[in-house]
Design a protein around this ligand. Structure first.
Ligand code: ADP
Length: 180
């Protein structure tokens, strides 16, 4: 399923982000940048040790990656060219700036993509796994933030793909994209 926004495209697919042949995939990272479970673990398993080595260097030089921010590395053995590591918020009930921090995490990942001149970027559903963000609220934040970036930034990628890992998450994003 896809939707045109400002001459660009938002696309939803059911699948595994490590298999995407795009300019960059986005990792739902944690502030340590040293790997974790969920999509983060899958990316490091499939991409090999080069990615974690670059993450370690970034961490030694710049320290932890704050919630809402993002950094990038190469993509090791993955078919993508880059991995953009974006740190989403842990859900704490919704009163701790979660929506603002989640939006900022998507925006900062897209800023990196724009700066690198990338045309296609794939995102997972950031924060809705181990971090516990309710999927329907996260889907709205994710899609509104991406659509607004695509319509306002001339250097934005042409195509943003959300790669959803299970049918319930896919259906939730599909409903939110319809409502956009
Ligand atoms: P967070 O810690 O930000 O919540 P998780 O990795 O735990 O991140 O989960 C984020 C979403 O990514 C969840 O919907 C999870 O099911 C999904 N996910 C897990 N593995 C993959 C994968 N290989 N490709 C795409 N999405 C995945």
């Amino acid at each position: 399923m896809e939707k045109a926004v400002g001459g660009k495209t938002i696309e939803l697919v059911l699948g595994d982000i490590v298999r995407q042949e795009v300019d960059a995939i986005v990792n739902a990272a944690n502030p340590t940048l040293l790997g974790g479970g969920g999509v983060d673990g899958a990316i490091h398993r499939a991409g090999g040790p080069a990615i974690i080595e670059e993450c370690q260097t970034l961490r030694n030089v710049r320290g932890e990656c704050p919630i809402g921010e993002a950094v990038f590395t190469s993509a090791g053995r993955l078919p993508a060219r880059y991995v953009i590591h974006a740190v989403g918020p842990v859900w704490q009930g919704g009163e701790n700036r979660e929506a603002e921090l989640l939006a900022s995490c998507y925006r900062n990942a897209l800023r990196i993509a724009a700066k690198l001149g990338l045309r296609t970027v794939a995102f997972p559903s950031i924060s809705t796994g181990i971090y516990g963000y309710p999927t329907s609220e996260a889907a709205t934040v994710a899609l509104v933030t991406v659509a607004s970036f695509l319509t306002s930034e001339p250097q934005a990628p042409d195509r943003v793909r959300f790669v959803l890992y299970d049918t319930l998450t896919f259906a939730t994003y599909a409903g939110a994209l319809d409502a956009l």
